[in-house]
Design a protein around this ligand. Structure first.
Ligand code: ASP
Ligand code: MG
Length: 427
């Protein structure tokens, strides 16, 4: 008997018919002797619908108290889907109980709309599991120290599921979604993209942080921190397929170091259209500049990604970084108000028409010249690189958004990702 966590995305929960299918699948696992915890998303479109209603009533954010109400509202989507799943399971003849985040409780900090999980109480859940029930826990939400409902950011149910799996020391966390695994890149952009049977946790972290929308990045961070075995698989297989076959399908996120295996140099191409570039021009090139600019941005809880500072000329320099596109307006306002007057910058520019394209692979550790191969490939297609950032296992470039698909396709080909997996070792 194992303790298994299943997570179902919004599409999988999209109608009563689909919820019934989820219930049948979960029942199959339960009947095979496993203790089951299920973390569902809201029914597809529901979170957007709810947040849309709020926006209708308050087109301009009406102040700090708004965040609390958004979370109070947004969290109801998962409450509904969780209760519906419990009902469907009961109709299948199983004992099932659903809990909202605050009932578990899943304790978070108080940053509304992007709260972080701090701890999860396991007593109540364990007691219900030991009583033979399937336990359903709402995705996407928790409760802050003052008892306010919080949500974990869009796509946050993945993180709920992995955090629950970590807290319960589950044997595996299965993320059921509308794709059948993690691909070398988005198949909508590159039809030749292939599903990976396994991907290392570190690569997954890079892919998730750079636009592979399959998993919310925090869920991967959680899986890494607590070494939660995690698998991404399709919820569109028939619910009654053989359980062992199902348990081996999709993409496994592994913690093993496959160093002795012959490793492809690059495992995947990630891209991201969610960022915007901010440039602060003509700032004095003195110690503390980066801190003064980025400190103010961090204080406003805005995440910064790629950063470059140019060489200085006449004691002045330009400083550029990327932020989430949703944060662009806020970042520009904040720089105008707080930073420009202090530093005497000549200009602050924002550019939302950029994208970031990255090559990812733990094989890059043992191969030199991978980045230059990437740059050569892009230059062959006449694509101008605006910013570069690297880590041990990835190289990212910021380029004009209009070249994104061209770049992703060219790189996918350049690193032989179009080829079937076993020929990759030779690449
Ligand atoms: N329902 C939330 C969203 O749409 C959380 C999730 O689905 O993971 O973002
Ligand atoms: Mg999702």
């Amino acid at each position: 008997m194992a303790l298994i966590v299943h997570k179902y995305g919004g599409t999988s929960m999209g109608s009563t018919e689909r919820i019934r299918n989820v219930a049948k699948r979960v029942a199959k696992w339960h009947r095979a002797g496993h203790q089951m915890v299920v973390v569902p998303s809201a029914m597809s479109g529901e979170t957007n619908r709810l947040l849309g209603l709020a926006k209708e009533l308050a087109p301009a954010k009406p102040g700090a108290a708004y965040g609390r109400e958004l979370d109070q509202l947004g969290a109801t989507g998962e409450q509904a889907s969780s209760a519906l799943l419990a009902i469907a399971l009961q109709a299948e003849g199983l004992e099932a109980i659903s809990f909202s985040g605050w009932q578990v409780p899943i304790k978070t900090d108080s940053s509304y709309t992007k709260a972080r999980i701090e701890s999860i109480e396991d007593v109540r859940v364990k007691a219900e599991l030991d009583a033979g029930k399937v336990v359903i826990i709402t995705g996407f939400q928790g409760v802050d120290p003052l008892g306010n409902v919080t949500t974990l950011g869009r796509g946050g149910s993945d993180t709920s599921a992995v955090a629950v799996a970590a807290a319960l020391k589950a044997d595996e966390c299965l993320i059921y979604t509308d794709v059948d695994g993690v691909y070398t890149t988005d198949p909508r952009v590159v039809p030749q993209a292939r599903r990976m049977e396994r991907v290392s946790f570190e690569e997954m972290l890079e892919m998730a942080s750079m636009g592979s929308k399959v998993l919310q990045i925090r869920s991967v961070e959680f899986a890494g921190k607590y070494r939660v075995p995690m698998r991404v698989l399709s919820s569109f297989t028939p619910w009654d397929i053989d359980l062992n076959e199902e348990a081996r399908s999709g993409t496994l996120i592994t913690f093993e170091d496959n160093e002795d295996m012959e490793q492809a140099v690059v495992s995947g191409i990630a891209f991201n259209r969610d960022e915007a570039k901010v440039s602060v021009l003509g700032v004095p090139d003195t110690p503390g500049i980066a801190y003064q600019i980025l400190g103010a941005v961090a204080d406003a809880n805005i995440e910064v990604d790629v950063i470059i500072q140019n060489v200085s000329k006449d004691g002045k320099t330009d400083f550029s970084f990327t932020v989430n596109r949703n944060d662009l307006a806020k970042t520009l306002d904040l720089l105008q108000e707080q930073v420009v007057p202090k530093l005497g910058a000549t200009e602050v520019l924002g550019d939302a028409k950029i994208c970031k394209v990255s090559i990812v692979g733990i094989g890059m550790r043992s191969h030199v010249g991978v980045a230059s191969r990437m740059f050569r490939c892009l230059s062959n297609d006449n694509i101008n690189i605006q910013m570069i950032s690297t880590s041990e296992i990835k190289t990212s470039v910021v380029i004009d958004e209009k070249y994104m698909e061209l770049a992703v396709r060219a790189l996918h080909r350049e690193f032989d990702l179009d080829q079937p997996q076993d020929s990759l070792a030779k690449a």
